[in-house]
Design a protein around this ligand. Structure first.
Ligand code: ADP
Ligand code: MG
Length: 242
């Protein structure tokens, strides 16, 4: 039975396949998106409206594919030392307008010099998925506070929102694929976040109260000198991952 594949080998084939399909599908979606926007610019108001719906539905499809791709291959990109304060500042640029659109705001407080090891884009995706949930849970005067600090030799990222919160049953289902309470939810966001934090050798915990808000506590190993060196060698040396 030497044609029998080991389970890990099979999983690797499946995740490689999923990743390449996701890649291939994303490109035509992007091209289609570009043309739709072009056409929207030329149409009357009624057709503009339809084109815009088409574009946002394409974005939704792209989002699902991105989540799926990350889940299948969370280690896709090369890792490097990530300065948390810098990463969070970059995130703020992306997330603040989104929060404002939903009538809320966010406040970031990060100790400078705190460094972890990971892929910058994956790490940002992990946090964006969480922050989007906070924003989507906003009631009036939505507020998100993000603190990054060192505790017990670990880097801690503590996110706190004043949104609609969750009950015990909901918390227990976080990270289960397709669990969503939203009409247009995918139920993939937290699953992807869990996976990324896991790959970064961290932990993530939720505390929430219905009607009060949600707290997320992420703990990550602080980048040791050895780990920084390793990441630098990996980034400078060998072939790019993809
Ligand atoms: P989706 O956002 O597509 O529903 P997620 O995996 O991101 O999928 O989240 C799953 C569910 O967990 C959400 O539908 C929501 O019910 C709940 N949830 C996650 N984060 C929060 C939060 N900060 N506040 C309230 N509910 C949340
Ligand atoms: Mg979500």
């Amino acid at each position: 039975f030497n044609h029998r594949l080991e389970r890990t080998e099979k999983l690797k084939i499946i995740s490689d396949l999923a990743a390449s399909v996701a890649h291939e599908v994303r490109n035509p979606l992007q091209v289609t998106r570009g043309f739709l926007q072009l056409l929207a610019g030329r149409g009357d108001n009624e057709s503009k409206k339809h084109f815009n719906i088409a574009v946002s539905e394409l974005d939704r499809a792209s989002g699902i594919i991105t989540d799926f791709l990350t889940f299948a291959k969370p280690e896709l990109e090369t890792v490097s030392p990530l300065n948390l304060a810098e990463e969070l500042a970059q995130l703020e640029v992306i997330i603040a307008p989104h929060a404002a659109m939903y009538g809320g705001r966010l406040h970031i407080n990060a100790d400078p010099g705190l460094t972890v090891i990971g892929s910058s884009s994956k790490f940002k995706q992990a946090l964006i998925n969480l922050l989007k949930n906070s924003i989507e849970a906003f009631k009036e005067d939505g507020y998100i506070e993000i603190n990054a600090y060192e505790e017990d030799g670990e880097a801690v990222i503590w996110i706190k929102d004043n949104g609609e919160g969750m009950d015990e049953a909901q918390i227990a289902k976080l990270g289960v694929p397709y669990f969503s309470t939203k009409s247009k939810g995918t139920g993939l966001g937290t699953m992807v976040t869990f996976r990324i934090i896991e790959v970064m050798k961290g932990t993530i915990d939720f505390k929430s109260r219905k009607g009060q808000g949600t707290e997320v506590l992420i703990r990550l190993p602080i980048a040791s000198d050895a780990a920084r060196e390793e990441a630098a060698v990996a980034a400078a040396g060998v072939l790019p991952n993809n």
